[in-house]
Design a protein around this ligand. Sequence first.
Ligand SMILES: Nc1nc2c(ncn2[C@@H]2O[C@H](COP(=O)(O)OP(=O)(O)O)[C@@H](O)[C@H]2O)c(=O)[nH]1
Ligand SMILES: Nc1ncnc2c1ncn2[C@@H]1O[C@H](COP(=O)(O)OP(=O)(O)O)[C@@H](O)[C@H]1O
Length: 225
Amino acid sequence: MGLLRVFRAVIMGPPGSGKGTVSNRITDSFGLKHLSSGDILRANIKAKTELGLLMKSCIDQGQLVPDDVISRLILSNLRNMDHSSWLLDGFPRTVAQAESLDSMCTVDTVINLDVPFQTIKERLTSRWLHLPSGRVYNTDFNPPKIPGLDDVTGEPLIQREDDTPETVTRRLKAYEFQTQPVLEYYRSKGVLETFSGTETNKIWPHVHTFLTRKIPHVQQICGQA
Ligand SMILES: Nc1nc2c(ncn2[C@@H]2O[C@H](COP(=O)(O)OP(=O)(O)O)[C@@H](O)[C@H]2O)c(=O)[nH]1
Ligand SMILES: Nc1ncnc2c1ncn2[C@@H]1O[C@H](COP(=O)(O)OP(=O)(O)O)[C@@H](O)[C@H]1O
């Protein structure tokens, strides 16, 4: 068997486009390590770390946290995963963040979920989250087996404080003005792969086929499981 090269991917898309949902499917199928900036920030808030307390009001208001704070946090996590293949979710969200990631490593591919804003707004008010794992549910799309409880651990699910209609509107604005330029950044580097649609179950087979071609070695190993 040939030497496995580490594979580094980023998943992008507006809030609620299905990044977390698709990321879970990617990690299940291809064994990449999943690193979500939102999950890390929420874990810090829950644990009441200094960083979590400082960032909470930004997040609750639907604004991005400062570039230097999040870049330091994510890059230090990535340094600990030096020899693993990974999937980064929620970072980078600004061109400055993309540049700081580039200063550390080259991204092999960027999966862009292109889902209309109207579709998204309806989803987020019915999103439920298992905070410790980042597992995400939806009362319409993928409800938990027992309402309010995580399927795997049986622990309680929460609704995010920033999933109110007003805050979602602000997050979509932040996406439009601060994050969309990152798509151009990666397009110009030739690594952007866009998947458009309104349903994750229709988008996912295309992402799966794309990654199967892109990471054949990883697929071979995980395909045996
Ligand atoms: N109705 C519907 N809900 C979906 C679909 N895909 C994901 N969701 C739900 O939409 C919400 C947002 O998805 P999530 O993966 O958390 O998006 P992210 O914010 O981009 O990470 C969650 O409650 C998901 O369960 C879909 O195709 N249809
Ligand atoms: N890379 C980032 N840069 C700045 N703020 C971030 C970043 N990642 C997460 N955040 C903050 O955490 C919030 C929640 O992020 P996330 O869980 O990724 O939301 P969603 O998946 O709904 O887009 C964001 O609205 C923002 O305040």
